[in-house]
Design a protein around this ligand. Sequence first.
Ligand code: ADP
Ligand code: MG
Length: 431
Amino acid sequence: MAMMPPLDEATPLVTLEHITKSYGREPKQFVAVHDVNLRINVGEFVCLLGPSGCGKSTLLRIITGLNTATSGTVLYRDQPLSGVNPHATIVFQTFALYPWLTVRDNVEVALKARGVAPDVRRQQAERLIDTVGLDGFEAAYPRELSGGMRQKVGFARAMAVEPELLCLDEPFSALDVLSAEALRGELMELWLNKSLPTKAILMVTHNIEEAVLMADRILVMGKEPGRIVAELPVTLHQPRNRKDTAFQAVVDKVYAAVAGRTVPDSLGTAPGQPGQTLRLPQAHLNALAGLLELVASEYGRVDLPWLSTQLALELDDLLPIIEAGEILGFVAVLEGDLLLTPLGQAYADASILARKEMVAGRVLRLPTIGWIYEILGRDDNQRVARDYFIDQLRSEFGDWADEQLDIAIDWGRRAELFAYDDNTDELFLES
Ligand code: ADP
Ligand code: MG
């Protein structure tokens, strides 16, 4: 392992300067991460939070040197990073254990790779297994363990390399609620007691409460392109309690930062013409209808964390519905709350028939849907093949053309504007 001078606490552990990562080539180039600047200091627990696809894993891979940036600089302890960072380790969502090795041997593998002598190896492995609370399972095989226990072995193995920087990529999201909570608690205890040689933790998550529970600082990311949109320090002292008012206030603030991005001023142009076309969010309009109903029953304003609990929806599923509500003009996000706009209020007060008309009117304003409607109207039979639309959409949305058309069909059908014939793969106007 590369020797490094002793750690100077004032030197940031990680510095990213103007990091951009693109995949593919022009003209189909896709910017996954755009101009990210960040710094992780010694002693900090930092969370990267954002919806899926915003580039969290990409950033983690760039920081650990598993992937290179298209442009920008990665500094580790003020030195440019080249190649894989030997001082950093990543724990992934599901940790790959060797099924033919026992728990002890799975942890020892990491020590062996570092050239630790066999007897020392054994001792260290046993101590780590104890540390993560797997005492008594040293001789068990992965198949005998629950998901939570396997993830603990993963943590033990990651800690065996004594990383200065511990990177966690949604490490609890594949676990059941109770195992996740237990493992979070154990990690926090190790970190806060300084039982780990680790100098900083960088955790990726899309779970807002988890971020507020654990982090000293939360970096909120947005997508298209992936970038940091807000930075929020969390100064609540540890251990934190989810039920505290102060805790909930921070959760609200983070929700506002995540969901409160402003709706674009313009909905863009129709596909096939130059310019940016608004991308439709992956949401069903009946889910939006349910959401509006619920907000209306709460007098037009609800707390976003409360909403997520009531609907039992994860952030990744809730955000697209809110986004759909925003672009159609029915809701707005303000200070961690979701509000009905006057239009949303009118919708909630309207009869079923009037509601359909309101939705149809709003949906038709969206460039992609208005464009489809117009093309169908111009056709003699008012039927046009799916492929025709896909070809046009591809120039605007690339690989997302199919996804965009499917959403447009779903919304168009719901608004009773047009429908889809599965037998002929054609779109047609509803008479
Ligand atoms: P997150 O971890 O926040 O869900 P990722 O970093 O995995 O996001 O991905 C960010 C974006 O980059 C996504 O749209 C994803 O599809 C894209 N992406 C990731 N890896 C590749 C790759 N190897 N080639 C092309 N696109 C990729
Ligand atoms: Mg990811």
